[in-house]
Write a protein that binds this ligand. Sequence first.
Ligand SMILES: [Zn+2]
Length: 473
Amino acid sequence: MKVGDIIKKPIQLIIKNATYFAADKFNFGHILVENGQIKEIVADLSNEMAAETVIDAAGKHVFPGLVDCHVHFREPGYIHREDFFSGSCAAAAGGFTMVFDMPNVNPPTFDVENLQKRIALAEAKSLVDFSFYGAAGFANRCALQPLIDAGVFAFKTFLNPAPKGKEDVFFGLTVDDDGQLFLLMQEMAKTKARFVFHCENYELIKSMEKLLCERDETGFDFHYKSRPAVAEVESVATVIAFAKATGVRVGIAHITVPAACALVKQAKKEGMDIIAETCFQYLIYDESYIDKWGPYAKCNPPLRSQKQVEELWNYVVDGTISMVGSDHAPFVREEKEAGISGKIWQASSGLASIEVSLPLMLTQVAKGRLVLEQIPKLMSENICKNFGLYPKKGCIQPGADADFTIIDAAASHTIDKNTFYTKGKDIDELFDGEQVQGKVVYTIGRGRVLFADGRVNEGFAGSGVFVGLWAEE
Ligand SMILES: [Zn+2]
């Protein structure tokens, strides 16, 4: 080598001919990535520019990496259902570069020690970046701040007592009644954290179950009849009333009922700091799928009536619902079969859905239910804004993490559960065989090509990192 030679080191990645989403619209350019971050977006690509990897995105759409704000990866405690490797492979195959994992594992994520154990487990196995909701219950109500300091900005609580004999598994996850809920919210209000709820009135459901049993109404429809819309509406109303009185910032997980959305809309109008998430299944499937598929369509809250599904869209369009998650909650087949050989209430509740969330939402674009620009907003940008990750994540601009989801909006295919990475693929009867339009072609996390050519690059296991959430001031 002579003095004066310029050593041109190839940069990490170029995504050329990119129709990419930024500032509320699709733009065109070539995206240059270095050290896991977006270095520059250029209009002209110099011929001399070399890269370790070049992806030609002509004819495709490039979204900021999608974030699933609601998953259950089950580790530790229930790894027969999922673990951080299988779950993160499924996430990458589904187009997600980051997930927020829920705290109802064993032991639940109710203190820093358990959080750190989970971080270590995920760091060893996960392909995608991850964050954790903390468990908040009456039992650990005075020990929340250390979790927040450790990067847990959002907490989840179930508004029902722990099942008898399972108190340890539910430690820190539950409140017994509204009185405990109010005191817990008073404690949470001393922090800046976001408090997220599964809203269904437990006592109402218990009474409905008893009544239906007495009447011997024990078909598959038992599931949605015992969990009527009013159970959600009442619960959302209580959370809003208590949030108003205590000043805590709240979130409603998987909202499904239009009347509950109307309450959220009104609370927002009054200036309350409240966010609402729904899941794609509540926008697409109605309760007739429970009649048909029984336990395989069983999730909580239940799928709603066709009219309610229709009306739920209004609140996505008007922005009351700002996030769409998957509530990926895998089980093994036997846990669902229990509801076929016995009664539906004996089956576990949840869908293994992270690999179908995006293609099913893209199909709704093809059907004209929403415009393509809303997908990166509902499934990435808004989530990152709500949880303090923006603009490090959730946007395509220099300095942001090089997280991308590249899709082919025109490609149709048939969902085949046998191709899935989730351990819960055997329970995916509801989605299997569905015709969809819109396909993930690349998932790229901090410049690493995690998914391409229909396959996950499993060599990236352990390269995902913990990203702490924080409160926007
Ligand atoms: Zn969930």
